[in-house]
Write a protein that binds this ligand. Sequence first.
Ligand code: FAD
Ligand code: UDP
Length: 393
Amino acid sequence: MFDYLVVGAGFAGSVLAERLARIADKKVLIVDRRNHIGGNAYDCYDDAGVLIHKYGPHIFHTNSTEVIEYLSQFTAWRQYQHRVRASVDGQVVPLPINLDTINQLYGTSLTSFELEDFFARVAEPREIRTSEDVVVSKVGRELYEKFFRNYTRKQWGLDPSELDPTVTARVPTRTSRDDRYFTDKYQQMPLHGFTRMFERMLDHRNIKILLNCDWREVANVIPHKEVIYTGAVDEYFDCRLGKLPYRSLEFRFETLNTARHQPVAVINYPNDYAYTRVTEFKHLTGQEHDKTTLVYEYPQADGDPYYPVPRPENAELYKRYKALADTTPGVHFVGRLATYKYYNMDQVVAQALATFERIQGTRAANPASEAIHLNGAHRNGVHAPAETVAGAR
Ligand code: FAD
Ligand code: UDP
């Protein structure tokens, strides 16, 4: 008899399996319908021997010392500051928009102070209700249209005016020359890759791993006491209240016979092509190799669920699923798909650690206390609203 059946071997499932097995001495069976552990953070070597991220670029960054200390038990790190460029008006310019972006784009030589005045002139202050408002109120309509409108339409199949502010608020605007994508305290990649880190998390006598297996195939066959569920929440309930939208992507990989192809890891293409961005993995991984592999991301409606879609009507539907989840005894819903939150990896780790403490009885079942716990795990200094971070929507 297993104490826990853990559905999904991504960050949410693996952190909980590890904690339950190692700290609480519980017997855990972790199942995943994919043929590997690691969830969307899975990495592997392609046919050319280049280390790639099978489900698109994953860059680890966090402000949470607790999350870093936890993961450091299972990996050493490589320091890495992520940089992104956007291809706009025939130029390749820094993103987030910063002083150099504007000077390059317009052929000016503004100072930071002058740029503040420039933004103040072009900005259209307004109440922030949508992802359009976030950008237009800061940098005005022209820059919004060059950098955000079309990228967002491609990525989400929706206009920014149809999405919560939190989506484009992930990308800040700067008047300095800082061209880093993130400003978190910790920005580092697992030295030997994410998959190796997951292997070490799950390497325990109390943990059994079952791959290529949908949990429904075993739920009634293998005895267990409780379930940790990290798959899509609507799927758990057979979509009985309707389908929750998740955005998907198709990843197309290309290996080139050259050691280096792009100046930085990621180039975004807001206005051209059907793909949103191109990533060259070797920047992220630091691997030395005479070939290089890129991935192109093509957004699509159908396929594996990758992104919850943050907009009011989806939050409403999720709320109804959450009410069902809250009254399903013996099942804990954790992670990006099961709590329908646009969470980064560190936020999922923090959420899973908080769930473990709740299960152990060392943390109150009050979402407010989870918000404190997750405090450090946010992005770019832009906190998600407390209710979002607390998973209490
Ligand atoms: P997942 O990793 O999705 O794991 C869930 C697992 O459950 C999957 O392996 C799935 O196969 C399994 N499963 C589902 N249903 C069943 C079932 N019925 N039976 C058995 N198994 C099931 N975060 C960052 O911090 N930095 C980044 O740069 C970053 N980049 C990203 C880029 C892309 C393209 C995407 C899609 C996400 C990115 N993220 C990034 C977010 C990151 O992937 C997630 O925060 C994290 O992986 C979520 O972990 P999880 O365990 O909640 O979900
Ligand atoms: N975004 C944009 N243009 C860009 C980069 C981002 O419009 O060049 C918007 C888009 O809506 C995107 C969101 O900002 O989905 C968040 O960007 P991020 O890079 O965080 O996306 P992720 O890495 O999660 O896919």
